[in-house]
Design a binder for this molecule. Structure first.
Ligand SMILES: NC(=O)c1ccc[n+]([C@@H]2O[C@H](COP(=O)([O-])OP(=O)(O)OC[C@H]3O[C@@H](n4cnc5c(N)ncnc54)[C@H](O)[C@@H]3O)[C@@H](O)[C@H]2O)c1
Length: 391
């Protein structure tokens, strides 16, 4: 029997599904996190957050105690839930094309368990048009399909979700109404749009950020090649001149979403999203640029380079699509002596930041973790700080 207070979240042990499940459970829903990742599911059931997610562990413990959340591998358990929310990954392949088949195959599997009165909500960031394809797979069993994309910043969901607007779109009036009512329980503002609009808004937002960061990365490169200080120039650009107020800092523009969604958008636009490709060339080239920039004046054969930070962004424990890792691999391939350290992620061979600073001739801030703000680098060592983090 379908329970109106029950929500199943597929991909429930992931970065989107886990905090979303916690927030729904805190509003009185009984949440069933379904995920094929056994390790992360077990952690959740033991009251441990599977990754850094601000404010989540205390809430998890509270919800487990109230028996309002649990993780499992049983797709069949969706049968009892009124709402089924899909938060599984939507990766791109080696040719930068979305792995659509894998996503659609999931719905062929889910279809077996669907009943007429289920409400299915896709939350992953998808290739535009995919919701229509999903609908064609499930429509003879269930017509209540919605697309309500996730728009949080990773690691900050618990704080952000209630405060950002929620896009709601669906295949019929019932699905739109049901999804809007559901998300009203956790968000302040609901915006109803067409499915294709929601699909594009999600990708446009990430592509916009990706291109935006690439501009500063390219400016950084131009400055380095001219022997100039981008951070000083950036400050002066903004000084008394509001139109430049939003120019970002340079740095590694990485992680599992921005590049991936820019390329999903490009695939949708028959690979003609030239701005997106240009941004990718700049952002992904940063590790190589750092190497070429260093070797202009230094014989790197006799130097030890230390990388401070491995994760894809600050104060997080996720190395997915990290450019710090790309830089590490690049330098290793060049047979350069390399040391590495991270505050939140342990990789075989990692050392402490203190040891790294002691033993390296060149120190690169590869991830701007907050704790690096106060480090002291001896004057005789060279510091490369592409983020202007501690300079
Ligand atoms: N990470 C973010 O900050 C963020 C923000 C907005 C949107 N998104 C989008 O949300 C989606 C999920 O991203 P994520 O970062 O949470 O990924 P993730 O890898 O952290 O989580 C996905 C989870 O889905 C599980 N999974 C995959 N296939 C499954 C299946 N068939 N059955 C059960 N579980 C399955 C995986 O084991 C994993 O735990 C992506 O489309 C992403 O682009 C992510």
């Amino acid at each position: 029997m379908i329970n109106k207070r029950k929500i199943s979240i597929i991909g429930g042990a992931g970065h989107v599904g886990y905090p979303l499940g916690l927030i729904f459970s805190s509003k009185g829903f009984e949440v069933n996190l379904i995920d094929k990742n056994l390790k992360n599911s077990n952690k959740i059931n033991l009251g441990k957050s599977p990754f850094l997610e601000e404010g989540s562990e205390a809430l998890l413990k509270k919800m487990l105690k109230k028996k309002r959340i649990k993780a499992s591998q049983e797709l069949k358990s969706v049968l009892e839930s009124k709402y089924i929310i899909i938060c599984i990954g939507t990766p791109i392949d080696n040719n930068l094309s979305p792995e659509i088949k894998r996503f659609l195959n999931f719905f062929k599997e889910l279809r077996k368990y669907l009943k007429k009165n289920h409400h299915i909500i896709i939350r992953s960031s998808v290739y535009p048009g995919i919701c229509e394809k999903v609908y064609n797979i499930i429509k003879d069993k269930n017509k209540n399909l919605s697309y309500c994309p996730e728009r949080i910043v990773q690691g900050k969901s618990i704080k952000e979700l209630p405060n950002i607007s929620q896009l709601v779109s669906g295949k019929n009036i019932t699905s739109i109404r049901e999804s809007a009512n559901l998300f009203k329980k956790i968000c302040k503002k609901i915006i109803t749009v067409e499915i294709i609009e929601a699909e594009l808004i999600k990708l446009f937002s990430n592509a916009y950020r990706y291109v935006h960061f690439a501009i500063s990365n390219q400016f950084y490169m131009i400055c380095r090649d001219q022997g100039l200080n981008f951070f000083k120039i950036r400050e002066i650009m903004k000084d008394g001149y509001k139109r430049n107020a939003h120019i970002p800092m340079s740095g590694f523009t990485a992680g599992p979403c921005l590049l991936k969604d820019t390329m999903q958008l490009s695939s949708f636009y028959n690979k003609k999203f030239s701005l997106g490709h240009a941004a990718m060339n700049v952002n992904e080239d940063m590790p190589k640029f750092i190497y070429n920039d260093l070797k202009k004046n230094i014989d790197l054969k006799h130097k030890t380079i230390g990388l401070l930070g491995l994760t894809f962004k600050a104060d997080c424990d996720d190395i997915r699509d990290s450019l710090a890792i790309k830089l590490l691999k690049f330098l290793k391939n060049k047979k350069i002596k390399i040391l590495y350290s991270d505050e939140y992620y342990f990789m075989k061979g990692s050392i402490t930041k203190k040891k790294l600073i002691e033993k390296s001739d060149i120190i690169i801030i590869s991830t701007p973790h907050s704790s690096y703000k106060k480090i002291k680098i001896p004057k005789k060592k060279l510091l490369i700080d592409i983020w202007g983090h501690i300079n």
